[in-house]
Ligand binder design. Structure first.
Ligand code: NAP
Length: 256
């Protein structure tokens, strides 16, 4: 853990992001620009934690905190540290937004599913009947929840066998790809600087009938999306989702 990260010099941090190796993150730049544009006297800082057990220290050392975002890899492991979890976040099993009440109580929410749902909805076509979710982490759970609400059944893919995953990457066949017209990358594979990597799936079976959606937003076009575009698939990165989930976090922080 970086000592200056956990205890910002001015000790006046109002909002922040909990995660690991998050110097690349969009959230700080997004909220800092928002506060400037809207003339709001708030600050936003990154809290880069080696382990989630350092979280109570963040709360203790930053008494002005009003809200936090939570990112990879802590969206699930943060839950035991919260006083309350909103019903939807509980059902999803992952928290990406924390509101800190005037009494110091921490309440967890999930806004990823809202950002994802709003961003994918305009891209959906009637033939997009089934989805394949690559990864089984915190974000994948929100994506599953959002697609279920849109009546799109999902199957998960994991790297090692897991009860919640129907497939492993090694077991994916062309027929499985053909049977799932929406494929969503919920792993960090392909994130900057590892831009030459992509999830191992049979890309030969991807066609113009597919929609490939990558939660990653840096780079703008991952190798996963490039492989889909070559095959004529509709593609989307996670930039819109990111913006929308951040705005939903803001609405939660400023609500009564
Ligand atoms: P997470 O909880 O750490 O889950 C990551 C998942 O990826 C796990 O299932 C993990 O499998 C799998 N994985 C990691 N490396 C892998 C590899 N080399 N091969 C196969 N599987 C691998 O992270 P998360 O919070 O769900 O986030 C996942 C990604 O979504 C991140 O890139 C994050 O930045 C992005 N995201 C974007 C947005 C947005 O608004 N655009 C929102 C949320 C998340 P194991 O369990 O086997 O380790």
């Amino acid at each position: 853990m970086n000592g200056t990260d956990i205890k910002p010099e001015n000790q006046m941090t109002d909002f922040g992001l909990i995660g690991k190796d998050i110097s690349y993150s969009f959230s700080k730049a997004h909220f800092t620009a928002k506060f400037e544009e809207e003339g709001l006297d708030y600050s936003y800082d990154n809290f880069d934690l080696d382990t989630i057990s350092q979280f109570p220290e963040v709360i203790k050392n930053n008494p002005n905190l009003l809200g936090l975002n939570v990112t990879i890899p802590y969206k699930e492991s943060i839950i035991p540290y919260l006083d309350e979890v909103d019903g939807v976040a509980q059902e999803i099993g992952a928290v990406n937004t924390i509101k800190i009440g005037s009494d110091g109580k921490l309440k967890g929410y999930n806004t990823d599913h809202l950002g994802f749902q709003a961003s994918i909805f305009p891209l959906l076509a009637p033939h997009h009947e089934n989805a394949l979710i690559l990864g089984t982490g915190g974000a994948s759970k929100a994506i599953n929840f959002a697609l279920k609400q849109l009546n799109v059944p999902c199957n998960f893919v994991s790297r090692t066998p897991r009860p919640e995953a129907r497939y492993t990457f090694g077991g994916l066949t062309e027929d499985i790809i053909k049977a799932h017209q929406i494929i969503i990358n919920c792993t960090p594979i392909g994130t900057y600087p590892n831009v030459n990597e992509c999830p191992e799936i049979p890309y030969d079976a991807v066609s113009e009938a597919h929609l490939l959606y990558d939660l990653i937003y840096n780079p703008i076009q991952t190798k996963f999306l490039i492989c889909g575009e070559i095959k004529g698939a509709t593609i989307s990165n996670g930039a819109k989702m990111l913006e929308l989930q951040a705005e939903k976090s803001w609405e939660i922080w400023v609500s009564e």
